[in-house]
Design a protein around this ligand. Structure first.
Ligand SMILES: [Fe+2]
Ligand SMILES: [Fe+2]
Length: 346
């Protein structure tokens, strides 16, 4: 059965928050933010607002020099990772409203709107990186990889097909699948790419780009927590959408995503990147998958993977723990503590 799309104008909607539901509610669509049901959404909204940043405030002059002296393998890896990130953030910006159309809690839609905005800022940062660090012809090449690089094209198709399935056939089952796909994208797909940049920066290369990535990752953590809350709330309100057969589908989606991410990570480093090996990537992605499954109360798929194989990444990826003189980035004036230990979640 198809889901009911939110009415744009609904004077007969319920404003009483106790009647509010994540989906299938009768929402007025109005933001009455003194009258909310889902506290977690307002906390997240504030954390996301506090994370506001501007990509161009991070200088990339040294990165342009660094790029020229990267090894061939490092350049190739850099180009492919950026190309994939361009795709992911563009897709997110375009697809998130497809969720909002069916979410009947205005405070949750507020977070989805802010997330959409942040994904757009991430695209802005890639534009800035490509403008500053590589030549104009290289930039065009990188923007076109998604059409030309078979591996990348195939990968992108897998992700998009689940979103499209929901867009074209908005059933509850497809909604749950798309939620899980989004959760996986936020919590897994970005991570081989992120760690690639941290590995370079740890060797003193492309440190400005790594700083951009840190800010992006800080945003992605809030997106991850948003979808974690959406999934667990939906499961409480609509347990019939999470029967065994669906749980199996969701777990197998995670399993194939893990395989896809591992293959992608290996592809990025196939020409040799100091500090990254196939085994480290495999272990890292499986370890992350376990964390993501724990967070939504699902069974782990790789119980043997209990140790983070690159522990340094967690502290290295934190915006607040990095000395700004090393990275030459201005400390952001907008960031205030949200009271949540986001670093723990990475
Ligand atoms: Fe993003
Ligand atoms: Fe995101």
């Amino acid at each position: 059965m198809k889901m009911q799309r939110n009415k744009l104008f609904n004077p007969k909607g319920d404003s009483a928050f106790e009647k509010r539901r994540l989906i299938d509610g009768n929402s007025t669509n109005l933001f009455e933010l003194n009258n909310i049901k889902y506290d977690w959404a307002m906390k997240l909204y504030r954390a996301m607002m506090n994370n506001f940043w501007i990509p161009e405030e991070i200088p990339l002059g040294n990165d342009a020099k660094d790029y020229k002296v990267l090894s061939d393998a490092e350049q190739k890896g850099f180009d492919r990772v950026i190309s994939f990130l361009v795709f992911l953030d563009s897709l997110q910006t375009a697809n998130l409203p497809n969720f909002s159309h069916f979410v009947t809690a205005p405070e949750v839609n507020l977070c989805l709107t802010l997330q959409t905005f942040q994904e757009a800022v991430h695209s802005q940062s890639y534009g800035y990186i490509l403008d500053t660090v590589v030549s104009a012809s290289k930039r065009e090449q990188i923007y076109n990889y998604w059409r030309e690089d078979k591996f990348l094209l195939e990968r992108n198709l897998v992700i998009t097909s689940i979103y499209e399935q929901f867009e074209q056939d908005p059933t509850r089952e497809n909604f749950v699948l798309a939620l899980m796909a989004n959760y996986i994208l936020e919590g897994l797909y970005f991570y081989s790419g992120f760690s690639f940049f941290y590995v370079l920066a740890r060797q003193g290369k492309m440190c400005g780009v790594a700083q951009e990535i840190r800010y992006i990752q800080r945003d992605e953590l809030t997106h991850l927590v948003l979808f974690q809350n959406i999934i667990t709330t939906l499961r409480k309100e609509n347990p019939e959408l999470f029967l065994n057969s669906t749980m199996e589908k969701l777990s197998s989606l995670m399993d194939s995503a893990v395989q896809g991410e591992i293959n992608w990570g290996k592809y990025i480093i196939k020409d040799g990147i100091l500090g990254l090996t196939d085994t480290i990537i495999e272990r890292y992605i499986r370890y992350l998958s376990n964390k993501r499954m724990d967070a939504i109360g699902f069974a782990r798929l790789y119980p043997e993977e209990t140790e983070h194989p690159m522990k340094w990444v967690d502290s290295f990826s934190s915006v607040n723990q990095i000395k700004t003189d090393f990275f030459e980035a201005k400390p952001t004036a907008y960031s205030k503590s949200s009271g949540v230990d986001w670093d723990e979640l990475g």
